[in-house]
Design a protein around this ligand. Structure first.
Ligand code: NAD
Length: 262
């Protein structure tokens, strides 16, 4: 539901696409951006009811929003998604590449199809969206692209090799794109969340021992909330970060710095 909260209109007049926004972090970002005045395209694949309900709630609260289905790993679907947004709202200023999947499999048991699907959604998808949206942003004079990567763009993740490989690739996609797109006025940055309470972590959240272990190793002593990621996404999407490009922002309670004393 659309909650109360102050707004400074940081995204007034802007149009934003958030991928995979029917749940979790993407949902919170879409909601936050709308509250700051953006017209928001809520992309979904398998969370249609939630995405449509969010679009209705945002519109009822006076915002502009539309829910659009597309598989981010499908080039034809991405082209059509971006065309629909431009047709509906006239421009596109912000892209948040948020859609992602993960699957636990020991390295020696990873099958080709699960490697391919994880890389397709988590790396090819952000590339397709970035390229398609950047072509549009070039026409309108610039924009901001934010990729939701992970601490695992840098931090190994045993049992999740395709996921970590895709997120590591997303880090270099961001760095290359930041350089190539800077002359066009397009900024590109990553957010690297740590352990955030969302559906992707359902198995962890259902296991009290895993939650306790996380609380022990996260320096701030708790899991994060999607809204805390959304605050940093808002900063990177808005003019407040006008001199920021090519960087990764960790939103992880400090877990990337975790170390045991000797
Ligand atoms: P989530 O499962 O709630 O969100 C992922 C969303 O992506 C879902 O709504 C899903 O339907 C959508 N999606 C999946 N495949 C898609 C496709 N092909 N096209 C369009 N949408 C698709 O989990 P979340 O935690 O909100 O994840 C959001 C992003 O944050 C992911 O990229 C994830 O890797 C990243 N992340 C999450 C955490 C965490 O602890 N929750 C940590 C680091 C990074």
């Amino acid at each position: 539901m659309v909650g109360p909260g102050s707004s400074l209109g940081d995204l007034d007049g802007k149009v934003a696409l958030v991928t995979g926004a029917g749940s979790g972090i993407g949902y919170a970002i879409a909601e936050r951006f709308a509250r700051e005045g953006a017209a928001v395209a809520i992309n979904y694949l398998d969370r249609g009811d939630e995405a449509q309900a969010l679009a209705r709630d945002l519109a009822a609260a006076g915002g502009k929003a539309t829910a659009l289905e597309a598989d981010v790993s499908d080039a034809v679907a991405v082209t059509s998604l971006v065309a629909k947004i431009v047709e509906r709202f006239g421009r596109l200023d912000v892209l948040v590449n948020n859609a992602g999947i993960e699957k636990s499999q020991p390295l020696l048991e990873i099958d080709e199809s699960s490697w391919d699907r994880t890389l397709a959604v988590n790396l090819k998808g952000p590339f397709l969206c970035l390229q398609t949206v950047a072509r549009q942003m070039k026409e309108s004079g610039g924009g901001s692209i934010v990729n939701i990567s992970s601490i695992h763009e840098d931090f190994p993740f045993p049992g999740y090799t395709p996921y970590a490989a895709a997120k590591g690739g997303l880090r270099m996609l961001m760095r290359n794109a930041a350089l190539e797109l800077a002359p066009l006025g397009i900024r590109v940055n990553n957010i690297a969340p740590g352990a955030i309470a969302t559906p992707i972590n359902a198995a962890t959240l259902a296991d009290p021992r895993k939650v306790q272990r996380l609380q022990e190793i996260v320096p701030l002593g708790r899991m994060g909330k999607p809204e805390q990621v959304a605050e940093v996404a808002l900063f990177l999407a808005s003019r407040r970060s006008s001199y920021v490009t090519g960087s990764t922002y960790y939103v992880d309670g400090g877990i990337i710095r975790y170390a045991e004393p000797l």
